[in-house]
Design a binder for this molecule. Structure first.
Ligand code: PEP
Ligand code: MG
Length: 565
């Protein structure tokens, strides 16, 4: 039994195909002056070939999986970087062979990255190694040496994203690597292709031989080589349990979430933990509509520093990849405290909460913005602001984001310069001026939990107010409708992430009001999809029109229950 890091979930038993062993090259392989030109050409033509390979794969992926294409673009930039090329050529000019110069240079780069404190950069070191290996493969004519058949488990020292895409298209069903990290691109890709993977398995290439039977357990990070009867029966049992689970989820998992008359409604996830993210992958949701980042710091006495926030946001973003993930800025205050902010307020729900707290604590806010921007490098991150009541709050935040971008640019940090910024619509003020706010941000998410409490002046946590705290009150519904129409007119995305998005009896009403995206807990997504697939958009529109004419919450409820089976 070999142990590694569980990188992509799933269990699978199959035959191993093990990478040929790489020859260690002599770093000091020196050449004569007369061989310098030939070695420079060897290097230039290898990097051109590698660049062409990447460009072809990227343009293919651009059509089908644009987010995965962006991962490869960062590798392509490294391959084509003129300054890096010049450095390698200067080694050759000093008398190193092309292979030695490539190895020397890339090993230096890799060692530098490995010596940094930044865990994400350390993982990028493996990608540097990959580029080096691929250049050497091309020079030594080893391209295409690997023959894999459908259902094989690939065992490699390391793998490039482009190689993984290639082997995935040839049908590999499992992946074991000796090196690599959880947030490395190979792990992200394995997860998005749903190939069980265990990475960081020491000496896997020498301990496993081609043709060995392997059980790979991507949940536990375990690899069993040539399993005995007991291990095989254990595997068969696990496989049955996994299949039963899949059957329970049923076909619905793979069907589109659209109404009978073909209106597609995005189903996204509200998440608080890493486990929630893994569940969103299982239900095949359309990304993450809300990460309550304050839940990541609950129980801490202080705000985490930029580095640890960056690592945790990156892990979330990588897990969600290739789908978008929406991080909401800390919604501190009211019922959500950390001890650093534990000041007394007579009326905390109307106090220094959400954006008000953040704009008053620029140190906290900037640290979070910088960490989220840095986690946006793969272009699947969106940023959302809680408790907005006016345009100046939004503009002040946009200014702060601009300052952070300039700082990061000057520091040479990678980020998505066009990271979408949106706002929660959870105060009556924001809903009423949503036409103005829509012109100044990229998306809205309606937080009906707070919107209800503020429209109806009813504390959402007060059990004595459960009658008056009612999201189906006509006043709340009207504000939701105004917001949907204003977002539509401005051409920005809108979703609902409050609890009403997951109440099945309200789905038809929300869809009929024009909502195209719902963000709910992963556990109810498949039932929500079933519900959506059973309704017609045309009927839902008429139904919503009638509901919006209701004069009391009771009338709304009666109409809804008459229409909900
Ligand atoms: C909301 O207010 O509806 C919402 C989704 O945010 P929270 O519940 O975190 O306040
Ligand atoms: Mg809220």
């Amino acid at each position: 039994m070999l142990n590694g890091i569980p990188s992509s979930p799933g269990v699978y038993m199959g035959a191993a195909v093990v990478e040929y062993s790489k020859v260690d090259i002599n770093y000091n392989e020196v050449i004569n002056d007369s061989e310098i030109e030939a070695n420079i050409s060897k290097f230039i033509s290898a990097s051109r070939e590698l660049s062409d390979d990447y460009t072809a794969i990227i343009s293919e992926l651009d059509k089908t999986q644009p987010n995965i294409a962006t991962i490869l673009e960062s590798n392509l930039m490294l391959i084509n970087d003129d300054i890096l090329k010049k450095d390698i050529i200067s080694y050759i000019e000093k008398g190193y062979s092309a292979e030695s110069a490539i190895t020397l240079f890339y090993d230096q780069q890799r060692n530098f990255l490995l010596s940094t404190k930044d865990s994400i950069l350390r993982e990028r070191a493996f990608e540097i190694d990959n580029i080096k290996d691929r250049l050497l493969d091309i020079i030594w004519g080893r391209k295409g040496l690997f023959q894999v058949s459908k259902g094989d488990i690939l065992v490699v020292r390391n793998i490039t994203p482009s190689e993984l895409i290639h082997y995935q298209s040839m049908g590999i069903a499992g992946l074991i690597t000796e090196v690599g990290g959880l947030t490395s691109h190979c792990s992200i890709l394995a997860r998005s292709y749903e190939i069980p993977a265990v990475i960081g398995v020491k000496d896997a290439c020498s301990k496993i031989k081609t043709g060995d039977t392997i059980i790979i357990n991507g949940y536990a990070g375990v690899v069993i080589v040539n399993p005995n009867n007991e291990a095989t029966s254990h595997y068969n049992l696990k496989k049955i349990i996994e299949k039963e689970h899949q059957d329970r989820l049923g076909q619905i998992r793979n069907l589109p979430s659209e109404t009978k008359d073909g209106r597609y409604i995005k189903i996204m996830s509200n998440v608080d933990t890493m486990r929630d993210i893994d569940n969103t992958v299982k239900t095949k949701s359309d990304g993450v509509g809300l990460v309550r980042t304050e839940s990541l710091i609950l129980g801490l006495n202080t705000f985490p520093d930029e580095e640890s926030q960056y690592v945790s946001y990156s892990q979330f973003a990588d897990r969600a990849f290739p789908h978008a993930i929406t991080f909401r800025a800390f919604d501190i205050g009211s019922d959500k405290f950390t001890s650093e902010t534990n000041f007394h307020e007579d009326n905390p729900a109307l106090g220094v909460r959400g954006i008000r707290f953040l704009l008053g604590r620029e140190d906290v806010f900037k640290t979070q913005i910088r960490a989220i921007l840095r986690a946006s490098a793969n272009k699947n991150v969106r940023f959302m602001l809680p408790m907005i009541i006016n345009l100046p709050e939004l503009k002040a935040t946009l200014d702060l984001i601009e300052i952070c971008k300039n700082e990061l640019k000057a520091e040479g940090q990678m980020f998505d310069s066009r990271m979408p910024v949106g706002i929660m619509i959870e105060t009556p003020a924001a809903a009423i001026i949503s036409d103005i706010l829509a012109k100044n941000c990229d998306f809205f998410s309606i937080g009906t939990n707070d919107l209800t409490q503020y429209v109806l002046a009813s504390d959402r946590n007060n059990e004595h107010l459960s009658d008056s705290y009612d999201t189906l009150h006509p006043a709340v519904l009207r504000l939701i409708k105004i917001t949907i129409d204003n977002a539509e007119d401005a051409g920005i995305d809108l979703s609902i992430c409050g609890e009403i998005a997951g109440r099945f009896e309200a789905t038809k009403l929300l869809v009929g009001m024009g909502v195209k995206s719902l963000s709910v807990s992963p556990s109810i997504q498949l039932n929500l999809k079933k519900n959506l697939r059973s309704m017609s958009y045309k009927n839902a529109k008429t139904f919503a029109k009638n509901v919006l004419k209701c004069e009391t919450p009771e009338e709304v409820r009666q109409l809804i229950s008459a229409n909900h089976p």
